[in-house]
Ligand binder design. Structure first.
Ligand SMILES: [Mg+2]
Length: 134
């Protein structure tokens, strides 16, 4: 099975730990604890030619929030001319499930939206829909 490379951006220790435990079964995972680190990790991976396929992105995080991270990442991809199908897939993982939060995230280019706490079965279906896992 193809191994998926994932970046988890989450400032809450317990959420981070459970996401990591769950996603590690599909491949390599890196973890960052705030928005600035998330953008840095994303850029570093691109520069090394080993970009992530999936970003699990919290919204409420220190330094930069998830919206800011998502828009910076899409900007970086555009600047580098990364084709649509090679762009990182972003799943917002957040407790903010109100309509306007969801709408804003999709406008910025997320692929899916998962309320916290993460329901692993639903999350797995999401990964399958995004063709990240078989
Ligand atoms: Mg948070």
């Amino acid at each position: 099975m193809r191994r998926m490379k994932t970046l988890i951006a989450e400032d809450d220790f317990a959420s981070r730990k459970s996401m990591l435990r769950f996603l590690e079964q599909y491949g390599e995972c890196d973890v960052v604890v705030d928005g600035r680190e998330a953008v840095e990790a994303f850029e570093m991976a691109l520069e090394n030619g080993e970009g992530y396929e999936l970003l699990c992105l919290d919204i409420m995080m220190p330094v930069k929030d998830g919206y800011q991270v998502l828009s910076e990442i899409r900007e970086l991809e555009t600047k580098r001319g990364i084709p649509e199908e090679q762009k990182i897939k972003v799943i917002m993982t957040t407790a903010l499930t109100e309509g306007r939060n969801v709408t804003r995230a999709f406008e910025l280019g997320c692929a899916a939206y998962a309320g916290k706490p993460i329901d692993q079965e639903k999350f797995e279906n999401m990964l399958r829909k995004l063709e990240l896992i078989p």
